[in-house]
Write a protein that binds this ligand. Structure first.
Ligand SMILES: *Cc1c(COP(=O)(O)O)cnc(C)c1O
Length: 378
């Protein structure tokens, strides 16, 4: 049997170890240290965001964002339904109410029409939402121009979940820099990793200073331990930041490698009737974190995305259905939802193919040939 082909596995450059070794050599193992500052500078210069705070996860970055925007129990927060649960969980940590918004068919992200309808309806029902969380799912930029315009019109802040979108751009502006606050993740399966970590980016220095304060247990400026706020242990460690610094040196290569995976699959598979690929719209540049296909069984003689997934699994190849939307998740289905079924249909028919930047040509060819075999086509 061939070695397992993973959906998206960590891909070290070799440079990470030099940074980690430096942390060990200088005994900067304690949480904060020079690599944390260096990593934040790297993120700022890459995204052209004003400021960055390195944190323990993308989830903690969303949580701190909600806290800084003053989201408290009973408030409502508008959140893209088609996403990973970590986009929505922190809303509930705050005791607030997620209101889920469906996707549009072009980018698969938050639909501006449903967003507007939801805002108007929530206001009519007596409560203006406190924040909007759009997501750049699979690295595909959301329709930020329209979403930002609506947010401005109603004066609601945007927390941009760019956890999957580091390296993606819309009209040459980095994903994560359109909202008041942008969220990045360096979890093990993301385009670059610190083994676990995240960051908050913003053009507002106050937000970033406050995030650093809250993330380090909210210690007031005093010789003893003095606290006027509830704090969190959400900061990134100097060792993890060292890994991040090494990864930043190859981020553009990783984007190029993932985009090449997409091109390989598209060229090899788009002649199969009933398989279509997630396309970029004008002005958008996706990091192609994961290559996603839609499978239309009425055009494939009944072959479904699940048939493809199980066939790949038999060959030790990991693929995965697209994210199951939040509004149909058992834990979230009681919350309001505004939409037309687009995300649910994507979940029904969509599949993520192995997309790591460390896949070999032989790996990609095995995925292709396994799918060819299923469709009995050469
Ligand atoms: C990974 C991810 C997160 C959370 O990031 P962690 O670093 O794993 O906490 C949030 N939103 C989306 C869309 C993600 O894919």
């Amino acid at each position: 049997m061939n070695n397992k082909i993973w959906l998206s596995s960590p891909h070290m450059s070799g440079k990470e170890f030099e940074y980690v070794k430096e942390a060990f050599d200088t005994n900067w193992i304690a949480p904060l240290g020079p690599h944390v500052d260096g990593f934040e500078k790297d993120l700022v210069s890459y995204t052209k965001s004003g400021y960055a705070a390195a944190l323990s996860s993308g989830t903690s970055a969303i949580h701190l964002s909600l806290i800084m925007l003053g989201v408290v129990a009973g408030d409502e927060v508008l959140c893209q339904s088609f996403t990973f649960s970590a986009s929505a969980n922190p809303i509930v940590y705050q005791g607030a109410i997620p209101v889920f918004i469906d996707s549009e068919k072009d980018t698969w992200n938050m639909c501006p029409k449903h967003l507007r309808r939801a805002i108007e309806d929530r206001i009519a029902k007596g409560k203006k939402p406190k924040a909007i969380i759009p997501v750049h799912l699979y690295g595909m930029p959301a329709k930020m121009d329209e979403i930002v315009a609506i947010a401005k019109e109603f004066d609601i802040a945007i927390i941009e979940d760019a956890a999957e979108g580091l390296g993606s751009r819309l009209n040459d502006k980095a994903c994560g820099t359109f909202g008041e606050l942008g969220v990045l993740s360096f979890n093990g399966n993301k385009i670059i990793t610190t083994s676990g970590g995240g960051a908050l980016i913003s053009n507002n220095e106050d937000y970033i200073n406050k995030a650093r304060f809250l993330a380090t247990q909210a210690r007031d400026n005093a010789p003893h331990y003095q606290h006027s706020h509830i704090g969190y242990n959400y900061r990134m460690s100097n060792v993890c930041a060292g890994i991040g610094r090494g990864q930043m040196t190859v981020l553009n290569d990783r984007v190029a490698q993932r985009r090449a995976n997409f091109e390989f699959y598209e060229k090899a598979l788009s002649n199969i009737k009933g398989i279509t690929f997630h396309q970029e719209s004008e002005g958008s540049f996706s990091n192609r974190w994961l290559t996603c296909i839609e499978v239309n069984p009425s055009e494939t003689n009944g072959i479904t995305r699940e048939d493809i997934r199980l066939t790949l699994e038999k060959k030790n190849i990991e693929s995965r259905p697209l994210w199951k939307p939040m509004h149909i998740q058992p834990v979230f289905e009681k919350y309001p939802f505004y939409g037309d079924g687009t995300a649910a249909e994507l979940f029904e028919n969509g599949l993520c193919l192995p997309s790591g930047s460390n896949l070999s040509n032989a790996d990609l060819e095995l995925v292709r040939d396994t799918i060819y075999e299923l469709f009995n086509q050469k």
